[in-house]
Design a protein around this ligand. Structure first.
Ligand code: DGL
Length: 186
């Protein structure tokens, strides 16, 4: 099987696409809900936790692993690729794609605070969004609200408005959803 993991239900947004594209494959999904949110953890905490999940997948003899989590990918994928033999496919914010679609040359990457301040994201922006104004926005508590199913709640709407209205006012015309929990808030 193919192992897929995330801190929680966010990974389902990726899992569903994998199952659509590869209907004959068997998938094994780990939602690490005991440790959500990954966005509030340090690099060393994430390395330890993701290492344990990948050891579990190794025992299950998976042929590949998909990190269906931007935060886990940007903080652990290099180390994990050195440690494990199976291919590891990561998930990172779609900087390249939205940089090609913006007309105003102003874009935003909306992710967990940890991904927003990561060196990995900084490098992606330097590589794929040259000459484009990029705002990095770290969302507060959104993955917890998605985990609780509070997708249309007043609290969620309030947080989204706080983060996103200033972007609209600043003429930003494309926003990357850099956390796999966020497609549920699209
Ligand atoms: N779904 C994860 C991501 O893509 C993180 C959510 C969390 O903070 O646990 O970054």
């Amino acid at each position: 099987s193919i192992g897929v993991f995330d801190s929680g239900v966010g990974g389902l947004s990726i899992l569903l696409e994998i199952q659509k594209l590869l209907p004959k494959e068997t998938t094994l999904f780990v939602a690490d809900q005991a440790f959500v949110p990954y966005g509030g953890k340090s690099k060393s905490q994430l390395l330890e936790r993701v290492g344990k999940i990948l050891e579990f997948f190794e025992e299950k003899e998976v042929k590949a692993v998909v990190a269906a989590c931007n935060t886990a990918t940007v903080y652990t994928i290099d180390e994990m690729r050195q440690k494990f033999k199976f291919p590891i496919i990561g998930t990172v914010p779609v900087v390249k794609t939205i940089a090609q679609h913006t007309k105003t040359k102003k874009i935003a990457i909306f992710s967990t605070p940890a991904t927003a301040r990561s060196v990995y994201l900084k490098k992606l922006i330097e590589k794929f969004a040259k000459g484009i104004h990029v705002e990095r926005v770290g969302g507060s508590n959104l993955e917890e609200l998605v985990e609780e199913g509070k997708i249309d709640s007043k609290e969620t709407t309030k947080i989204l408005k706080k983060h996103l209205l200033p972007l609209v006012e600043n003429n930003i015309d494309a926003i990357a959803l850099g956390c796999t929990h966020y497609p549920f808030l699209r």
